[in-house]
Ligand binder design. Structure first.
Ligand code: GDP
Length: 184
């Protein structure tokens, strides 16, 4: 694959609409968050693989927060685009909106950001095209994507190194005001 490709955000844009069927409901009659997550993962894959023209895998998800419940019978649209590219990873933004077809009422149910990595046919990480930025919104989303990448790196480093250096005594004192009981 040519490493010097440059592609527009438009080349990555997709919209997928899915009907919320009764099998997607939880005991409260609303659509399971896990169903929406699974659909978002599929959408992120479609968007990233279309843009990179390669097989892609999910690395991380940021910002999943369900703002409004989704009802059975509603149509849910997933609008996705590549916001940011690194060397072998892309950040795919997804905006999820529900539509009640009878009332015409729409709701923004959530937005989230999937980090996807491209793989070559041998399963090795592969370089993705650069991104052509053509307007202010794309520039803002690219900068936010870069911040998400840096934040994820810091978070991983914090969880892996800092806390693993702490003694058991330090870890115990860290949680002594939390709602847990250290019972050993
Ligand atoms: P934003 O990221 O702060 O602009 O928040 P939004 O909720 O508006 O959008 C979330 C993400 O969904 C964006 O970052 C885009 O990647 C994607 N997105 C938003 N609007 C559209 C759209 O009209 N079409 C497509 N294909 N993707 C969109």
């Amino acid at each position: 694959m040519n490493d010097d490709r440059i592609k527009c955000v438009k080349d990555s844009e997709i919209t997928i609409t899915e009907l919320m069927i009764p099998a997607y409901a939880n005991f409260g009659g609303k659509v399971h968050g896990g169903i929406l997550l699974s659909l978002m993962d599929k959408v992120a894959y479609v968007c990233a693989s279309k843009f990179s023209e390669m097989y892609c895998v999910t690395v991380a998800v940021e910002g999943v927060e369900f703002l409004a419940p989704v009802e059975v019978g509603e149509l849910v649209s997933f609008k996705a685009a590549v916001n940011f590219v690194g060397n072998t990873t892309m950040i795919v933004g997804i905006r999820v909106e529900s539509l009640n077809v009878t009332s015409g009422k729409t709701a923004h149910t959530n937005s989230c950001y999937f980090t996807m990595a491209a793989k070559d046919p041998n399963g090795q990480l592969a370089k993705v095209p650069a991104l052509k930025i053509e307007n202010d919104t794309q520039l803002r989303r690219f900068c936010e994507g870069r911040a998400i990448r840096d934040f994820s790196k810091q978070k991983r480093a914090l969880l892996k190194s800092d806390l693993s250096q702490c003694s058991i005594l330090e870890l115990k004192s860290m949680v002594n005001k939390e709602r847990c009981q250290v019972d050993y």
